[in-house]
Design a protein around this ligand. Structure first.
Ligand code: SF4
Length: 386
């Protein structure tokens, strides 16, 4: 598929759900009203009810046993089932790097969009899309967690194992989440996306407790390596609309990828961002240079043979992920940080994801500890602490 064709596969009226070709419903949730509402919104798509033990049978689903090729088919199959584990978990960060004490709310796994660098290709142990319909358990778990530690502040996000809004035209979960978070005095929810599907965020009382976030990149990277996603213009228009609705916003330059013309590319995206979106509405902006598990390269290059960025030189980090050499990371961070600083409001927290104190010192001229620690910096930016 050419990249141009892949981009036109994105439908702004419903996000990327047009990719879904088949639905499997776990027997245990088949009669749930929520399941039925999702199926009604899916329309005329072949749907099968399956026993729990059949849910994960790749032969039954006709998915290639080769994981790389199986992924492409898997992204067209939606499984509606129960989450039998916990919904809320600490972000899987690493001790060796500065992390931000983020909590992940696991609403489902995988996503119908196709980013060449998507870490989920190497992280997940199954190739399909899944969404957990037992959201009563999700809200019960959140309520219990908040009341067990009433003094604690929480930054929670749903965009770690999926895209927060990729399936939202089907699930409408964001409406429930935003309404639930409205009444939480010590917590914020971050919805992170590469779509522009914000229909369900309209006409809600959010009370500033939901932050809507977009991943951004240099235009050639968005065009060529983020397939079936909303374009830069579409993402920024959606962000501007959310700002008008009073939502606070966040942006993530992650992964920063070295490519010909990268300086101009990142400058251009940053300029466009601040032309379209009011700086005062932005709570935080992160920067994270490309990092990946060793097996991602073989999976991604098999699936996307025209992509070249995996053939750069990388060094294996303490967290067993490949990264660019330090000098190159610092060069890219410095340029992006200085551009962001030109336009950003003084209380917007610009931070690096998973980098060491040495890199912080070189790029920003200080370490997070000198400003109370990264978690406190972000809590402060979100208005959760003084
Ligand atoms: S939008 Fe996010 S979850 Fe979906 S393919 Fe891209 S990186 Fe992966």
């Amino acid at each position: 598929m050419s990249n141009k064709k892949a981009r036109t596969a994105y439908d702004p009226s419903r996000g990327p759900v047009g990719q879904i070709r088949q639905v499997l419903v776990e027997q245990a949730v088949a009669d749930e009203p929520y399941t039925q509402r999702i199926l009604a919104r899916l329309g005329d798509i072949p749907t099968e009810i399956v026993a729990d033990n059949e849910m994960f049978d790749q032969d039954l689903l006709g998915i290639d046993k080769d994981f790389a090729t199986g992924l492409t088919k898997g992204k067209q199959i939606l499984l509606l089932g129960r989450n039998r584990g916990r919904f809320l978990k600490a972000c899987p960060a690493t001790r060796e790097y500065r992390c931000c004490d983020y909590q992940v709310l696991n609403i489902g796994m995988n996503c119908p969009m196709e980013c060449v660098y998507c870490i989920l290709q190497a992280y997940l142990n199954n190739p399909w899309l899944s969404f957990f319909v037992n959201t009563d358990d999700l809200f019960r778990e959140l309520t219990e967690a908040f009341s067990a530690e009433p003094e604690r502040v929480w930054r929670i996000g749903t965009g770690e194992f999926t895209d927060s809004l990729a399936l939202d035209s089907l699930t409408c979960l964001s409406r429930e989440l935003v309404s639930f978070m409205r009444d939480q005095p010590k917590a914020v929810l971050e919805l992170k996306t590469k779509t522009d599907y914000i229909e369900n965020l309209k006409n809600l009382e959010h009370n500033g407790r939901t932050i809507v976030a977009w991943s951004l990149n240099s235009p050639p990277i968005m065009q060529n390596e983020e397939l079936k996603t909303a374009s830069l213009d579409q993402r920024l228009s959606a962000a501007a609309q959310c700002a008008k609705m009073g939502y606070r916003l966040a942006f993530h330059f992650d992964p920063i990828i070295h490519h010909p013309g990268w300086q101009e590319g990142y400058r251009q995206t940053i300029k466009q961002l601040f032309e379209k979106v009011p700086a005062a509405s932005i709570v935080w902006i992160s920067m994270g240079a490309l990092r990946f598990l060793p097996n991602l390269k073989s999976i991604a290059t098999a699936r996307f043979p025209n992509s070249g960025f995996f053939y750069n030189e990388f060094v294996l980090g303490l967290d067993n992920k490949f990264r660019y050499f330090r000098t190159l990371r610092v060069e890219m961070y410095k340029l992006i940080y200085e551009e962001l600083k030109k336009y950003a409001a003084t209380n917007t927290c610009i931070y690096m994801c998973m980098e060491s104190d040495e890199i912080w010192q070189e790029v920003c001229g200080y370490t997070p500890e000198e400003d109370g620690g990264l978690a406190t910096m972000l809590d402060r930016a979100a208005g959760l602490v003084e």
